[in-house]
Design a protein around this ligand. Structure first.
Ligand SMILES: [Zn+2]
Ligand SMILES: [Zn+2]
Ligand SMILES: [Zn+2]
Length: 112
């Protein structure tokens, strides 16, 4: 599943690593402290096999991998919600214009 995560600007590890959740798993000295968490969420995309289709983006605040040991509560901050809305709008526009873009690039390559 694609998710929005905050990462540390200093060591690029996840925000949760600095909050004690998985602290200690890595020998990262920065993660033992509060770090320098970027308020802008980072989009982490995953691809589903077969076909390498981009998996849908999980809604901020929802549970990821619910019921497993890898369970993670997604960030619910305003920044994540804003980014989520942006990406959802982008995805909608991209799918509606794909056909016309392909037709245009096809005809221009023939004349050149
Ligand atoms: Zn770290
Ligand atoms: Zn850090
Ligand atoms: Zn957030």
């Amino acid at each position: 599943m694609s998710v929005l995560l905050h990462v540390c600007g200093a060591c690029r590890h996840r925000e949760t690593s600095h909050q004690g959740g998985d602290r200690g798993y890595s020998g990262c000295p920065c993660c033992r402290d509060t770090g320098d968490i970027d308020p802008e969420p980072l989009l982490v995309q995953t691809w589903a096999l077969p076909g390498w289709a981009i998996e849908p983006l999980y809604r901020p605040g929802s549970q990821w991998n619910a019921g497993t040991t890898h369970r993670l509560e997604l960030c619910d901050c305003a920044g994540c919600h804003a980014r989520y809305r942006e990406l959802a709008a982008e995805a909608a526009t991209a799918s509606s214009t794909t056909g016309t873009n392909l037709a245009r690039s096809g005809s221009s390559s023939e004349t050149a």
